[in-house]
Design a protein. Structure first.
Length: 186
């Protein structure tokens, strides 16, 4: 069942579809929330709140992408809002940034000022990509779409998505290596 069908069924108060959708996505959303909050209980609470919101407000939701992408964005936003209430901020956007480059660099040794520079340069590198590649990168790393969802949304094959992401990562890595080397050399 595609996102639009699921949302339609939820709007029609179809508890079976809602329950199935919940069961299919709950664990991965809790895992995602936990990457922000580092607390299982809080993560579960936030994801449950999101699902309650979906059920209660289904008839007024304006989902422009996929329902799953919409859920990920809601979970991320609620996690960040929750962290703000605890007076924990991510001014350097290190949480978003780490998802893009964490496999290549260890960012914990950089100062907050250096993280801001790295983040700014990372955004510039992404903005410098060709438009379709840039869109795929943003959908994957910022909106947390899966390869299949990106392919479906853009009308391309999964292999095209993977190829574009690999090329983007290579281009970004080249630029980021220079920036990080300069920061380390300071």
């Amino acid at each position: 069942m595609d996102s639009n069908s699921i949302l339609e069924e939820i709007k029609n108060q179809n508890r079976f579809v809602y329950k199935k959708f919940f069961e299919d996505t709950y664990k991965e959303l809790v895992h995602y929330a936990n990457s922000y909050l580092f607390d299982q209980s809080w993560s579960e609470d936030i994801v449950q709140e999101v699902f309650i919101h979906i059920w209660e407000k289904a008839d007024t939701l304006q989902v422009k992408t996929s329902l799953k992408g919409y859920l990920y964005a809601m979970v991320r936003n609620r996690c960040l809002n929750f962290l703000k209430t605890l007076k924990i901020t991510d001014d350097a956007k290190a949480l978003d940034m780490q998802s893009m480059i964490s496999s290549d660099y260890n960012l914990e040794f950089f100062s907050d000022e250096d993280l801001k520079i790295i983040h700014h340069q990372l955004l510039k590198a992404v903005e410098g990509l060709p438009s379709k590649m840039q869109q795929i990168v943003k959908m994957r790393f910022i909106e947390n779409y899966k390869y299949v969802d990106i392919a479906e949304e853009l009308g391309v094959s999964v292999n095209t998505v993977k190829t574009q992401l690999q090329r983007a990562k290579s281009k970004i890595a080249q630029q980021m290596a220079i920036i990080i080397a300069l920061l380390i050399a300071q």
